[in-house]
Every structure is written in structure tokens, then in C-alpha cells.
Design a protein around this ligand. Structure first.
Ligand SMILES: O=C(O)CCC(=O)C(=O)O
Length: 323
């Protein structure tokens, strides 16, 4: 019989291999193969495999379909002792249910307490400008979800980098003094995945067109100076590489207890300060699909407190880089 430590090592190796297949680094990009390995490891009792599967399951086209399936996987992980799974489950539960978690809980104990309603609430969408199209979206996510995203990002902030043009690695160019938490398939959790699914539903665009999102953090004096979100091609006739564009940007404000830190569009004289859980959604391209220079925008310096924003770039086609 396998010793516990040996079993843990085998399951750990299977999950690591699955992760490499998911991102296609040091291995081919083979998501279906990765999922098979994760299911095998999950059946053998791997909490990490269950957490990964739960986060992947929560990414989809329809929250009402994906949320219960992801929550069931979280429950299995929570019953195996995962505090991370339990915390996410508690966030999905209706506050009035005051659920006391016990390790023998089964799906029927928890199913009715899951509050799908907050995720399905109709957002309010209001056009602030037609040309370029800039919209304010209210009620994207509730405050407890904003707090979760902030707490996840706070553990892994890095100096912000900028992608200049289509090619090469993003670099620090001094225009962004804020820091970022880059979300990818390996650090996403169920809540993050549900937020992306929710944004996909609001903007009526498949998640396959989403770039990995980032959470931006600004301390006092930090800013994101005026820039465009569209990618600039060095040479229009360059036949190689990616030809798509960042068609739109969705900025989800995660807190509002700070001074300064407005989002401004200087060319159209728009200055925005939104509530936590609300968003700004704007198109980066003009009516002919060309980069629209009227979308120049900035995050002005924070004067007091800290500002947190989730930034989601949405492409005009399937986007697979940066998994
Ligand atoms: O933080 C802001 O208000 C602006 C962020 C931004 O410009 C971006 O993510 O492209």
C-alpha cells in the first residue's frame, strides 16, 4: 500500500503536470489532457485538483449553469479540509442563511443557501458618451466580492508593466506607477472566474476573447498616466504575429474610499468617479474598427487612501496569449 507521503507526491506531480499542459509551458498546450489528469487527481483526493477544476468550471457563458457545478467542487475540497474552498463557499452563500460549515456537509445541505441571485442581478447600463462609446455599468458585483478580489490581489502585487505594440514582453516605462496582480489560469479561483463570466454576460462577449485580467492597486501619489488601451502595430503590413485588437476595456472599481484617482478621458473632457462594484466599459476602436485616439485615458494620482480596480481588456477575436 502507498504511504500517505508517496500518494501526496504522486498527486502533486499529476497536478503540476496538468498545470503545465494548461498553460503550454514546458509541455504542449493540451487542456483536455490536463482536465483528465485533474479529474483523476481529484478523485484520488487532491484538494489542489478540486480547486483548479472548480475555478475552471466557474468560467463559462452562463452563471446559472456554472455556479452550482463550481460550488459542488468547492464543497468537496472544503470537506477535505481546504479553508480556501470554505471561504469561497461562504462568500457564495446568502448572508441570511448564516451557514455553519461542518466537514460532513453534503450538497443538499448547502444547495439552497447558495445565492445565485446576486450574480444574475440586472446591471444598469448608461451611455456617458456615444463617440467614443463610454458606458457606466452599475451593480456588476456586490461589495463582498470586491473585498475578496482585493484580498486576493494584495498577496501578489508586482510593479505595473506596459505592453507597447504587438510584440515583445511588457516593460516598465514609467507611465504606470501603480502595481498589479496578474490573474491567470493558475491563480484564478471560483470567485474570480465568476466575475469574468459575469462581465462576459454583461458585454455579451465570449470569455475566449478576454485577456487575462489584472487588478490594479494605487497608493497615494500613484497614477496611470494618459494612454490608449489598443495595441499599436509597428508596421501595418507586418504579416507575422497577432493581428487582433483590444476592442474594448471593462474597468471594475473595487473600492471607493479614496480621494483623487479619477478615471479621465482628456480628449472628450470626461472625468469619472464610480462606486465600488460599478464599472466603466468603453470601446477602443472607432466605427471602422480602427484604433480611436479619442479614447486616450488616465487614472489620476490618488490623493488619500488606496484605489483598487480590476481591468479587463476584451479583444475582437479569440485571445490565447498569456494563459
Ligand atoms: O485606474 C484607472 O482609473 C484607469 C485604469 C486604466 O486606464 C487601464 O486599466 O487601462
Amino acid at each position: 500500500m502507498l504511504k500517505l507521503a508517496d500518494k501526496d507526491a504522486i498527486l502533486g506531480a499529476a497536478v503540476k503536470e496538468a498545470e503545465q499542459l494548461l498553460i503550454g509551458r514546458e509541455a504542449p498546450h493540451a487542456p483536455q489532457e490536463a482536465i483528465k489528469r485533474l479529474y483523476w487527481a481529484a478523485q484520488e483526493g487532491s484538494v489542489d485538483a478540486l480547486l483548479r477544476l472548480a475555478a475552471m468550471t466557474a468560467t463559462g457563458r452562463d452563471i446559472a449553469t456554472v455556479l452550482p457545478k463550481a460550488a459542488q467542487l468547492l464543497l468537496l475540497a472544503a470537506n477535505l479540509g481546504s479553508g480556501f474552498a470554505r471561504d469561497q463557499l461562504m462568500l457564495l452563500v446568502d448572508e441570511h442563511h448564516k451557514l455553519q460549515f461542518s466537514s460532513t456537509m453534503n450538497w443538499s445541505d448547502i444547495r439552497d443557501a447558495i445565492n445565485i441571485g446576486v450574480w444574475l442581478e440586472k446591471p444598469g447600463i448608461m451611455d456617458l458618451r456615444q463617440d467614443p462609446l463610454i458606458r457606466h455599468v452599475s451593480n456588476v458585483v456586490p461589495s463582498q466580492v470586491c473585498r475578496w478580489l482585493i484580498s486576493r490581489a494584495a498577496t501578489g502585487l508586482k510593479p505595473a508593466l506596459v505592453q507597447v505594440g504587438y510584440e515583445g514582453q511588457p516593460k516598465s516605462d514609467g507611465s504606470r506607477s501603480c502595481s498589479t496582480f496578474m490573474i491567470n489560469i493558475l491563480n484564478a479561483d471560483v470567485i474570480i472566474s465568476l466575475v469574468r463570466t459575469r462581465i462576459g454576460q454583461i458585454v455579451e462577449t465570449a470569455i475566449e476573447r478576454f485577456e487575462p485580467p489584472q487588478i490594479l492597486h494605487y497608493g497615494v501619489g500613484e497614477e496611470f498616466s494618459a494612454h490608449y488601451d489598443f495595441l499599436r502595430r509597428k508596421d501595418e503590413s507586418d504579416p507575422g504575429g497577432y493581428e487582433g485588437e483590444r476592442a474594448s476595456t471593462f474597468l471594475l472599481y473595487l473600492n471607493d474610499d479614496y480621494e483623487g484617482g479619477r478615471t479621465i478621458f482628456p480628449k472628450v473632457e470626461l472625468s469619472i468617479r464610480a462606486k465600488a462594484g460599478d464599472a466603466l466599459w468603453f470601446r477602443n476602436l472607432d466605427g471602422d474598427g480602427r484604433p480611436d485616439k479619442a479614447t486616450l485615458h488616465a487614472g489620476t494620482p490618488v490623493e488619500a487612501g488606496e484605489k483598487w480596480v480590476l481591468s479587463q481588456w476584451i479583444h475582437d477575436r479569440r485571445f490565447s496569449a498569456g494563459r
